[in-house]
Design a protein around this ligand. Structure first.
Ligand SMILES: [Fe+2]
Length: 268
């Protein structure tokens, strides 16, 4: 089974975040492990401000570089991928699909069945583009997306597969104004039904190696990636997840870069 490298909140375009992402890429490429052994999954805020098209071009260029080296990349948008983080614009919904997936004809939940794992990507930002949403950035999935998610989880094609759900916003109730708006509805649909729930958005979470949420909603692995490029020195991980092992204790932070941007080589 392929391992997952979970990255989040790269914020390319903000200070040195772009060069830190390049350091992560270089470290991944330089390891001797075959690319086909890994899925690289990025849970949003890939760029810092989508209004600056250069940032998206840089992000896509670097992701394409990983693809050229044989890595499979899965991404979902965060609030910064649809605007400046506080104020979004609907035009970026289609643009994100075109740039990162190569087609606007994509809908969420985005299901990718890769080997023995079903990856289900959610867009927690598209329902957050109203004028009043600028005051908070909690994220919302919306009725339609949640309905389709319920249907996908009943799909016979994924019945015997591991299931990974990934989205940008924090799904748990930990701080008023920051939690996913419809997290209770999400809980009803996915509790005890999936193997991993991966997200980002909140950079200051995960003081205890990011494993404090494991087991929440009956889901063995619940990981906040934080800011993998350590925007403003924030907490974040470049976590390697091995779903073939039942013990989440085997998952680890690869530390391709750390808070001082030191490069390590830690794929095993
Ligand atoms: Fe972020």
């Amino acid at each position: 089974m392929k391992k997952i490298i979970h990255l989040s909140d790269l914020h390319i375009g903000h200070e040195v975040c772009g060069s830190r992402f390049r350091a992560i890429i270089d470290a991944i490429i330089k390891t001797k492990q075959p690319a086909k052994n890994y899925i690289i999954l990025i849970t949003g805020d890939i760029v810092d401000n989508a209004n600056h098209y250069k940032q998206t071009d840089e992000a896509v260029g670097n992701i394409d570089l990983l693809r050229e080296h044989g890595y499979r990349i899965l991404v979902v948008p965060g609030n910064h991928d649809y605007g400046n983080g506080a104020l979004g614009n609907k035009k970026f919904v289609g643009l994100f699909k075109e740039k990162y997936y190569g087609s606007r004809d994509i809908s969420y939940p985005k299901l990718d069945i890769i080997g023995k794992t079903a990856f289900i990507g959610l867009d927690s930002t598209a329902e957050e583009l109203h004028w009043h949403d600028r005051f908070f950035s909690e994220g919302e999935l919306g009725k339609e997306q949640l309905k389709r998610l319920g249907e996908i989880l009943k799909d016979k094609r994924i019945a015997d597969r591991k299931k990974v759900i990934y989205l940008h916003h924090h799904p748990f109730d930990f701080k008023a104004g920051m939690q996913l708006n419809d997290n209770k509805k999400l809980r009803k649909i996915i509790s005890n039904k999936v193997d991993a729930l991966l997200f980002g958005h909140y950079h200051r979470d995960s003081e205890s190696a990011g494993k404090e949420y494991n087991g929440t909603w009956g889901i063995p692995r619940c990981y906040n990636g934080g800011s993998s490029t350590h925007k403003n020195g924030d907490i974040g991980f470049q976590r390697v997840i091995d779903l073939s092992r039942s013990d989440a204790g085997n998952d680890y932070d690869a530390e391709f870069i750390n808070n001082s941007a030191t490069v390590h080589f830690a794929l095993c």
